[in-house]
Write a new protein. Structure first.
Length: 461
């Protein structure tokens, strides 16, 4: 019995030693050329580049500097000049929505130029600030704000002539916010009413400074005054009236943690990852100056030329009209356009249910540039689609420049492109328009549902 046990233990030792020796020898074998290529791939990231002609190019990025993107190409690399790239999406697929970035437990600060800063409001008794995860403590400057969402899902209505304070109970107060601290002090546009429970009148002399913590008694409200003070803990969101014209400069970036900022420079290499500096002085003054950022701040989308890219989802559009060669009884709710502010690069999805025509106004900024441009969009049947679905999509500008795509059971998607369009000018009161027509492909209009993705006007100069 003991001999059998000893023999078994000896054999087990030989096997284990062999496995260890195999691992040791394997670790000492030089890495093959294929392994080197794999290592290079691991240090690269998948990207989609939007070129000036409207085409998307997929590849793996190994480096980015001020001059070019360096992509893997076979056994070597290829450089794509950065001035030929309008935008870049990071990842193996083309994401579009930002709902997955929303942090429901956090709030969002929105600056007047559209920058989004997830975080939370802080007030230390003397100074109000917005705490961002990696930028740091951002001072609250009322002149720079578009919105404060104390809860990420909350939205106060927007007015051009006044600020709007949305309360947690759903009520809204309009007026002009004087200060934000432990309380929101504002001059209300509404008639004077007695303060609600938990709300106090505000002394005019103190309205322009940070409100007190509430330890001091507040003077009674003047009957001629509409000044109010609302505890910040009762507020869900605030929107601010537009105070100035905003000039957007720098590289627009959407980051993995839901942040949307502008950068003055962006670089990438496989060893250091993404390196960028913030263009906004308000943010640059409180963040790290060496360009290093946590992994959560990795860009997922970048726009290098904000004047060149004009999302169709952001363009003014007319109510849908019946098709020229047919009819339908109702078209009112047949077009759905995603909010461009909630879509990467602003490229919200546009869905058409049935045959119709829809007119989109060409952006004023694009016309004012007097430069050639292109229109491009990926079109596809909305799934699930009937097996016999057949539809034609036509894009026309000025009744002369047009493009056509036919979709059916064998061709489920395509690209609609109008290239090198000369900027049209308005004739009389008629504004230059893009007309999108959805027409029956021969099998009847039922089920002819079409989706446009990444639809945009693009300056090509």
């Amino acid at each position: 019995m003991f001999r059998i046990l000893a023999t078994f233990l000896a054999l087990l030792a030989v096997v284990m030693n062999g496995r260890f020796l195999s691992k040791t020898l394997h670790a000492q074998i030089p890495v093959a050329a294929a392994s080197l290529q794999d290592s290079e791939t691991e240090r690269s990231i998948a990207v989609h580049l939007l070129l000036r002609d409207g085409a998307w190019r997929a590849g793996r990025l190994v480096a980015l500097d001020g001059d070019a993107f360096t992509l893997l190409a076979g056994e070597g690399t290829e450089r794509v000049a950065r001035d030929t790239v309008v935008a870049c999406l990071v990842g193996s697929t083309l994401p579009r929505g930002m709902a997955f970035l929303t942090q429901l437990t956090a709030g969002t600060l929105v600056l007047d130029d559209g920058q989004l800063l997830p975080g939370e409001f802080r007030f230390d008794g003397a100074r109000a600030s917005w705490q961002h995860r990696w930028i740091g403590s951002i001072p609250i400057d009322l002149d720079r704000l578009s919105e404060i969402r104390f809860r990420a899902e909350s939205r106060a209505s927007v007015r051009a002539d006044a600020d709007t304070v949305l309360l947690l109970n759903g009520d809204s107060v309009t007026g002009f916010v004087d200060s934000i601290g432990s309380d929101i002090a504002l001059e209300s546009l509404e008639p004077t009413t007695p303060p609600q429970s938990g709300e106090e009148a505000v002394d005019h002399d103190a309205a322009g400074s940070a409100p007190s913590s509430g330890d001091e008694p507040t003077e009674p409200q003047d009957e001629a005054s509409n000044a109010r003070r609302i505890p910040t803990e009762r507020v869900a969101a605030i929107t601010f009236a537009k105070a100035r014209e905003v000039t957007r400069t720098g590289i627009a970036m959407w980051l993995a943690d839901g942040t949307h900022v502008r950068a003055d420079a962006v670089e990438f290499d496989g060893n250091r990852g993404w390196i960028f500096g913030l263009a906004d002085p308000l943010l640059r003054g409180v963040t790290q100056q060496d360009g290093t950022r946590p992994i959560a701040s990795s860009p997922i989308a970048l726009v290098f030329d904000q004047d060149a890219l004009h999302p169709l989802a952001a363009c003014e559009n007319s109510p849908p009209e019946p098709p020229l060669d047919g009819y339908r009884y109702a078209v009112g709710e047949s077009v759905r356009i995603e909010d461009p502010s909630q879509s990467l690069l602003g490229l919200g999805e546009i869905a058409f249910d049935g045959c119709m025509r829809v007119r989109f106004r060409i952006p004023d900024a694009l016309l004012a540039a007097r430069a050639p441009f292109a229109f491009t969009a990926e079109v596809s049947l909305a799934e699930p689609a009937p097996a016999d679905a057949a539809v034609e999509i036509v894009a026309t500008i000025g009744g002369e420049v047009s493009a056509r795509v036919r979709l059916d059971r064998t061709t489920r998607s395509g690209v609609l492109t109008l290239g090198e369009v000369e900027a049209p000018s308005a004739s009389g009161t008629e504004l230059p328009q893009l007309v999108i027509s959805i027409a029956d492909g021969g099998n009847g209009g039922a089920g002819d549902r079409v989706v446009l993705r990444r639809a945009m006007f693009l300056r090509t100069d």
